[in-house]
Design a protein around this ligand. Structure first.
Ligand code: ADP
Ligand code: MG
Length: 702
């Protein structure tokens, strides 16, 4: 059928509406549309979440926990029980006497009657150890007639994402019907074959058919784990689509234009000269990259990664000076008030001697001081504005915002970063953006997840730091730690005792810290102990921090509020309670509060036994390494990139089939191809994005 619209040939009939399929009327189409499924192509690329293997029967004695299995047996016992709620227990037996228990919590009496002793039953479900032998809770099952042949499925059954109002069976049928209209391979392909044949991957048509209807002889284990070449081929295209979409955002951003902030060696040099230290080589290199970006007429969007304590703040300050020297304002946003306050103090100390006015805006700034701050921001007398989320709220208007700095950007969403940037929108021009994070991620991953950003890495710590010694200790040994704290403080050091979130409530966290504070104050009467948590008044928090920093306080009992932004070099001991509950990134951040001075520091991870496998592994990683990048690699392995990055903050939508950790080997090729397509075949690039990302391309205007 000839068409006139330009990119359509690539869609190969896939742009036909789902109503083209038999049995799909407006009602079904509307349900599908709610999940973004409108065309045949959307159904072709609606990939199974997983598979169910009903191609064989596993003898009861060979059943194992893991993916769902199919088994068969004859009914031995049927028992109706009431344990707080009604329950049906059915026991199946094999010819060799092996038993399999089935348990149902929702059932009708009709069902009970169907389980006549002696009847053959075929069940499918996840096996777990039960009271006597294996057990399946709520299996799907079929009671077989005595002479019913044991017809087995000849393909793995795909399980599709659920669409409200359509049963799993209907979804599978719709996809099957749509696949019937799949065009020949050469019509379906968008990407030049040379790009993927080198990776030993199949063509797109074959890949789709295999993934939707895996033949019996397919490598089931590979399919279940997502490493089958057919899945890899699709993952490749999906990664490509996301890579293209992020790069396209970057191009769109650069079309905006920005006010160039030319290098200001005098002003920046003057600030540098008053710092009590020289920049490290890594800081110098990253600063030069930022300085060069700022001088351009296209907006900078640069991510600075640097391990905890690598000195990102001062680099941000020097960049801010360059903006101020051009007469533009700078906004610095931090995720917690405590961190923002530390930045405020540093920036005031650094900037005010040079006659630069630093202002403060947080949620708790109210009344007259708020009005004054807003006025100074609006008329431009506030040259550098430090604050929290409050900065991006309505009512905050900048006179001439030239640079937005977002610290610990992983705590913010993409939208929040954009909201602050848009405060500086002037005609078509936007401010430069510098985002900083102490969550280092492996480079290939960063290139994919942050393909819309330029990346700088501060890969060197300031001199004179001694690595922190980390040990993991069972909670029963808490009394020994109290003694350790006593000793460290007697030697003139300071210590942190961290009580992390036990339940998802700041209030309960605060209470736990309060209790620990009382216990420790009693056990250590000779020490000056203080408490710090998120529910305290800002002035109180600030005062406590100031006294701890000044050395007036020796032990700080705190919640994880101290995770970011607390910088007290004399503190050399940290105890973290319930460490088994924290993720690696958070443990690493917390530990970064010690080891900031020249004294040898230690971190004690207190855990509740027994430790789970992953928790044990996490604590082991912490004991073995102080390197944020090593820890991030491990975190990626243990948690997967979704959690490590949070789709929230990367602008990556959730993947259908790709997995950044599993498919990392594809990433270099994907990156190269994305660059090539955007440069040489933008129409193909658009078609790939439409096919995979489509309406999910939510962040069209980063
Ligand atoms: P982070 O990268 O974790 O944000 P900070 O910017 O808070 O680190 O810096 C950590 C500490 O190191 C601060 O006390 C800071 O003043 C100090 N610092 C930063 N750069 C240097 C340097 N080049 N030499 C010595 N100390 C430095
Ligand atoms: Mg920092």
């Amino acid at each position: 059928m000839p068409r006139t619209a330009a990119p359509a040939p690539a869609l190969a009939g896939g742009d036909a509406p789902v109503t083209r399929l038999p049995g799909v009327g407006p009602a079904v189409a509307a349900k599908l549309a709610e999940r973004g499924i409108q065309t045949l192509q959307d159904l072709w690329f609606l990939l199974p979440l997983r598979y169910e293997d009903r191609t064989r029967i596993t003898p009861i004695r060979d059943l194992r926990p893991g993916p769902a299995l199919q088994a068969e047996g004859r009914v031995r016992h049927v028992e109706r029980l009431f344990r707080g709620r009604p329950m049906l227990k059915v026991t199946l037996g094999d010819d060799d006497g092996s038993l399999l228990g089935l348990r149902f919590f929702h059932f009708r009496s009709q069902q009970v009657q169907a389980f006549q002793p002696g009847r053959r039953v075929r069940v499918f479900g996840e096996v777990r150890p039960g009271q006597n032998g294996w057990e399946i809770i709520h299996p799907s099952y079929r009671v077989l007639g005595d002479d019913e042949g044991a017809a087995l499925s000849d393909r793995l059954d795909p399980v599709y994402p659920l669409v409200e109002g359509l049963g799993p069976g209907s979804m599978a049928k719709l996809v099957r019907l749509a696949l019937g209209q799949l065009p020949p391979g050469e019509v379906l392909e968008l990407v030049p074959a040379a790009a993927w044949t080198g990776l030993a991957l199949p063509g797109l048509r074959e890949a789709l058919l295999t993934v939707h209807r895996p033949p019996v002889e397919a490598d089931v284990a590979a399919l279940m784990s997502g490493t089958h070449p057919a899945q890899q081929r699709l993952a490749f295209e999906e990664l490509l689509a996301h890579g293209l979409s992020l790069r396209r955002q970057r191009i769109a951003l650069r079309e905006h234009g920005a006010f160039p902030l030319p290098a200001a060696p005098d002003a920046v040099g003057a600030l540098r000269a008053t710092l009590p230290f020289a920049l490290t080589g890594a800081q110098q290199r990253v600063l030069s990259e930022v300085e060069r970006d700022l001088a351009e007429g296209a907006p900078m969007l640069r991510l600075v990664q640097g391990d905890v304590g690598s000195g990102k703040t001062v680099v941000a300050a020097l960049a801010a000076m360059q903006a101020v020297a051009s007469g533009r304002q700078v906004a610095l946003m931090a995720p917690t008030e405590l961190l923002a306050e530390q930045h405020l103090q540093n920036f005031q100390r650094w900037f005010e001697p040079h006659g630069v006015r630093v202002s403060w805006l947080a949620g708790k700034v109210t009344g007259k001081s708020r009005r004054e701050a807003l006025a100074a921001i609006a008329n431009g007398t506030a040259q550098v504005v430090v604050g929290t989320h409050a900065l991006m709220q309505g009512g905050v208007a900048f006179a001439k915002l030239g640079l937005v700095i977002v610290d610990e950007q992983h705590r913010f969403g993409v939208h929040q970063r954009l909201a602050l940037r848009d405060k500086g929108l002037e005609g078509e021009r936007v401010p430069h953006q510098l985002v900083m994070t102490a969550t280092p991620i492996p480079r290939t991953l960063a290139m994919t997840a942050y393909a819309d950003l330029d990346l700088s890495v501060i890969d060197e710590l300031p001199p004179g730091r001694t690595p922190v010694t980390t040990v993991a200790v069972a909670a029963e040994r808490r009394p020994e730690l109290v003694e350790r704290v006593r000793k460290a403080c007697a030697e003139g050091r300071q210590a942190y005792w961290v009580c992390p979130l036990i339940e998802d409530s700041e209030e309960i966290e605060a209470q736990a810290a309060q209790t620990t504070f009382e216990q420790l104050s009693e056990a250590l009467p000779e020490l000056r102990v203080a408490l710090l948590h998120g529910r305290m008044k800002p002035a109180e928090k600030q005062d406590t921090m100031r006294r701890f920093k000044a050395g007036e306080l020796q032990l700080l009992v705190a919640t994880t509020v101290i995770e970011v932004g607390v910088d007290v070099p004399n503190a050399s001991l940290m105890v973290i309670e319930n460490a088994e509950r924290l993720g690696l990134a958070q443990l690493h951040q917390l530990r970064g509060r010690v080891g900031r001075g020249s004294a040898a520091s230690s971190c004690v991870l207190l855990y509740q036994s027994p430790l789970g496998v992953i928790a044990r592994e996490r604590l082991d990683v912490m004991r073995r390494s102080n390197d944020g990048f090593v820890i991030a690699e491990k975190d990626l392995e243990l948690r997967g990139p979704g959690e490590l990055l949070g789709t929230r903050q990367t602008g990556l939508a959730a993947f259908r089939i790709a997995d950044l950790a599993r498919d990392a080997r594809l990433l270099p090729q994907v990156a190269a191809l994305a660059e090539q397509l955007l440069a040489e075949s933008p129409a193909i690039a658009e078609a790939v994005i439409a096919r995979w990302v489509g309406s999910a391309a939510r962040y069209a205007s980063a």
